[in-house]
Write a protein that binds this ligand. Structure first.
Ligand SMILES: Nc1nc2c(c(=O)[nH]1)N[C@H]1C(S)=C(S)[C@@H](COP(=O)(O)OP(=O)(O)OC[C@H]3O[C@@H](n4cnc5c(=O)[nH]c(N)nc54)[C@H](O)[C@@H]3O)O[C@H]1N2
Ligand SMILES: Nc1nc2c(c(=O)[nH]1)N[C@H]1C(S)=C(S)[C@@H](COP(=O)(O)OP(=O)(O)OC[C@H]3O[C@@H](n4cnc5c(=O)[nH]c(N)nc54)[C@H](O)[C@@H]3O)O[C@H]1N2
Ligand code: SF4
Ligand SMILES: [Mo]
Length: 729
């Protein structure tokens, strides 16, 4: 009986989608019918992965009659160990959100009209072929915030058409951190926070930019009496639970780190035996940093010299059970001109603590190696060996930028120059999430073809020629993901609820559809289940068991106490980098000021996460937006003393302005921010008209940032901007 009803409801949805793709089907379901059907159904508990942010925590979804009734954290999942953050509950409601796209659409003039999938595949396939013939395959760009499925299908498709014009979101997230750490200690490490005695967080707020395992590790260490210090121009949410908050002038953390290194060397506090055995270039480094005294750094950072000495001393006393957190975005991810150099210093000071793969230090995570499709049955296209169109990894351009990541914030410029003609954007909203709104709009408008795969009409989708909607993450199965950590593991996102809008398709099917239309179907002649079986094979784990449990550990394990061969060019810690030298940069990290120095009367605009929102994509979820409204979270933080000088009281409307943008917002007047900076939360300022809840609410920091690029790591310089603030009268 229940099954019959479910089928009839599906049929009903199909009909309603066909008759009115743009209307919401929610009211048409018939609550009584659903409630009666639900009574007959068993309750199922199915594991899958959250999509509230990139952390992809394990969740257990409770389902009745194909609909979600509850989610909770999967206790076995190492990313969250049973816990979920508030965003997970908001994101779970996306499946039933009124603003969702319900079927493929095509731009006709200024309007979008519903079309069939067949038409979408045909027209997109034909246009791509035309562009490739006319301008070459490199003129086709694929951009995404990489998830396993986007990497596998997207990259295979790009290989098949012969283009390596691929960009990930990293130039506006953590590219500088990775480049800096890669060129000093070989890779970005994890931290063994639970066993640490001293932890230094520089511009990393685990209480705002949440990954539950990071917060849990820190709390475990704290329970065992570790000392935790947080350096941030503002008293962030993590600062409430640490031993000490040390405010710093934004963009100057490299001076702090140089002075810490100087102090450790001067006092012989560093791990000499470790450096002798595992490092190169230390003598040159030692000579170079002699002038970087705490007194010198005090003038730049505003942190008292005595405090800098104290940090160096405490860190050293606790070594090797101590670390500087490798962080994420805040201080050295993608925000400042000197970010890659700050990241290099984080790698080097950690190395001076001799903490690599030591308990309570940093460690290189291990992950399982997954299998491949049988190439006899499923031929894989070759990766084209050509330079990246945006100059990433190319000598004379951006030699140190990883060509696997690229610089998506530069794409509108590449379109303008005629280098890029078609852009396929998946699970990424560069128009809102990279700097400079007008630069983005003007650039993307000039492309011959823009295809966007999203769940609703983002700012980027508004500029597209075709919009191809996915079902939300609870409604689709993706490919198996390897998990890196102290032990390896595999995990999977799988469909837990019926598709609410039947005419949506997962990215894997969309790519397959377009490829077939382009005569490239032979590269996509498998189902996602066949692919998952092949990926899982070397682990010996059964696909069925993985789907039942959601996550399973594999045999890899970090060997604590043993220093692995590092992934740098020399295999050792590089205090002196030949790669940097060859690229024309200083082989040893040296003081480098940020690009912008706010003038008298100006403020640096800094910004960051809030624990209830992800980037700019969750403000449109009503439950999460309500939290913002209840707690006035959209306000700009301004220092009490500065506010007084400007006649601004808490709650007043103020005007923030520079030569790019002008916006009005209420002020949060607080002692908790460095006087010469203001802080905007990064989650607001949507301007896509079909994001009906978030549209026009709050300000987006990217509007005040001119597009630019750091030449070393290719970051988008997202906090290199100055603004004025005045009371709105
Ligand atoms: N709630 C929530 N959690 C998330 C995400 C999300 O969107 N929302 N996104 C995930 C992703 S993709 C990322 S990249 C991470 C980001 O995680 P984080 O990097 O921790 O997040 P941010 O808020 O960007 O930056 C952290 C802090 O850096 C400070 N900061 C700014 N400039 C400077 C500086 O010059 N020096 C120092 N010392 N500090 C500075 C800011 O004031 C801020 O408090 O969060 C992840 N988790
Ligand atoms: N203003 C602002 N800019 C930022 C940040 C910020 O916090 N604020 N954070 C920076 C950082 S750290 C990062 S990592 C980047 C992140 O940049 P993005 O990757 O663009 O981040 P999101 O805004 O989370 O979402 C991207 C898009 O994916 C869509 N989406 C959501 N679910 C799905 C799905 O299931 N399938 C598909 N196909 N699409 C889906 C969303 O609707 C959204 O349009 O932004 C950077 N830029
Ligand atoms: S941190 Fe929160 S939003 Fe991100 S995946 Fe985990 S539960 Fe979901
Ligand atoms: Mo990020």
């Amino acid at each position: 009986m229940g099954e019959e009803r479910r089928i009839s409801r599906r049929k009903f949805l199909k009909v309603s989608a066909a008759t009115g793709a743009l209307l919401t089907v929610q009211p048409k379901i018939g609550m009584n019918q659903w409630v009666n059907a639900a009574k007959q159904e068993d309750i199922k508990r199915i594991p899958t992965l959250c999509n509230g942010c990139t952390s992809r925590c394990g969740i257990i979804a409770t389902i009745k009659n194909g609909r979600l009734i509850h989610i909770e954290g999967n206790k076995e999942h190492p990313t969250n160990n049973g816990r979920l953050c508030g965003r997970a509950y908001g994101a779970a409601m996306l499946a039933y959100h009124k603003d969702r796209l319900q079927g493929p659409m095509k731009r006709v003039g200024d309007e979008f009209v519903p079309i069939s999938w067949e038409q979408a595949y045909k027209e997109i396939g034909a246009k791509l072929k035309e562009i490739i013939t006319k301008y070459g395959p490199a003129s086709v760009m694929y951009m995404h915030n990489p998830k396993e499925v986007g990497k596998f299908y997207g990259y295979r498709f790009m290989n098949a058409i012969g283009s390596n014009s691929i960009q990930t979101h990293h130039s506006v997230c953590y590219i500088s951190r990775d480049v800096g750490l890669e060129h000093t200690i070989g890779a970005t490490p994890n931290t063994d926070a639970a066993n640490a005695k001293y932890m230094l967080f520089i511009g990393r707020s685990v209480g705002d930019g949440i990954k539950p395992s990071h917060l849990q590790g820190m709390m475990k260490g704290r329970d065992k009496k570790a000392k935790i210090v947080c350096v941030d121009p503002r008293h962030n949410a993590t600062a409430n639970i640490v031993d000490e908050w040390i405010p710093i002038k934004p963009g100057t953390d490299i001076a702090l780190l140089l002075a810490i290194a100087n102090t450790m060397i001067k006092n012989d506090w560093y791990d000499k035996a470790f450096i002798d055995q595992y490092a190169i270039g230390f003598e040159e480094f030692k000579k170079e940093i002699q002038t970087y005294t705490p007194e010198w750094a005090e003038k730049i950072t505003t942190i008292p010299a005595t405090k800098i000495v104290e940090i160096a001393k405490d860190l050293s006393a606790a070594k090797p059970h101590a670390f500087i957190d490798p962080s994420w975005k805040g201080a050295f991810g993608c925000n400042y001109l000197n970010s890659p150099e700050t990241a290099r210093m984080v790698g080097l000071v950690n190395a001076m603590l001799g903490n690599i793969n030591q308990k309570g230090g940093i460690y290189f995570a291990v992950e399982p190696k997954l299998g491949k499709l049988d190439s006899a049955k499923h031929p894989a296209p070759e990766k084209p060996k050509v330079d990246h169109i945006d100059g990433s990894g190319v000598e004379g351009q951006y030699p140190l930028v990883p060509s696997s990541k690229g610089m998506p914030h530069r794409t509108p410029g590449l379109i303008d120059e005629g280098k890029v003609k078609a852009v396929f954007i998946n699970h990424f909203n560069p128009v809102r999430n990279t700097p400079d709104r007008q630069y983005n709009i003007d650039g993307y408008k000039k492309a011959e073809l823009i295809v966007v795969c999203d769940i609703w009409m983002s700012e980027t989708a508004e500029l597209a020629h075709y919009v191809l909607p996915e079902p939300t993450y609870l409604e689709r199965t993706e490919i198996i993901e390897p998990l890196a950590g102290k032990t390896g593991a595999v995990t999977i996102r799988q469909q837990v609820i019926d598709k609410f809008h039947p005419n949506t398709k997962p990215f894997s099917e969309i790519i397959t559809g377009i490829a077939k239309e382009m005569g490239l179907g032979q590269y996509f002649n498998f189902t996602i289940d066949e692919l998952n079986e092949a990926l899982l094979k070397p682990t010996g784990i059964s696909y069925k068991e993985l789907k039942e449990k959601g996550v399973i550990k594999t045999k890899e394990m970090v060997e604590f106490g043993k220093v692995p061969k590092l992934k740098t060019e020399s295999g050792k810690v590089e205090f002196y980098s030949e790669a940097y030298k060859k690229a024309g940069f200083s082989p040893i990290p040296v003081w480098m000021p940020p690009k912008v120095e706010p003038k008298k009367g100006e403020f640096r605009l800094i910004w960051g996460k809030q624990n209830v929102h992800s980037h700019s994509s969750t403000a449109n979820i009503p439950q999460l937006m309500q939290v913002t409204k209840d707690y006035n979270l959209e306000r700009v933080w301004i220092n009490t003393k500065k506010a007084k000088e400007l006649g601004i009281k808490d709650g007043d409307f103020v005007i923030i302005e520079n030569d790019l943008f002008k916006g009005k917002i209420r002020a949060k007047v607080t002692e908790r921010i460095f006087p010469d900076a203001i802080f905007l939360p990064g989650g607001y300022g949507a301007f896509a008209k079909n994001l009906k809840i978030s549209n026009g609410f709050g300000l987006c920091p990217n509007d005040f940032v001119k597009t630019g690029t750091d030449p070393i790591s290719g970051n988008g310089l997202m906090m290199e901007t100055a603004v004025t603030v005045r009371k709105d009268v």
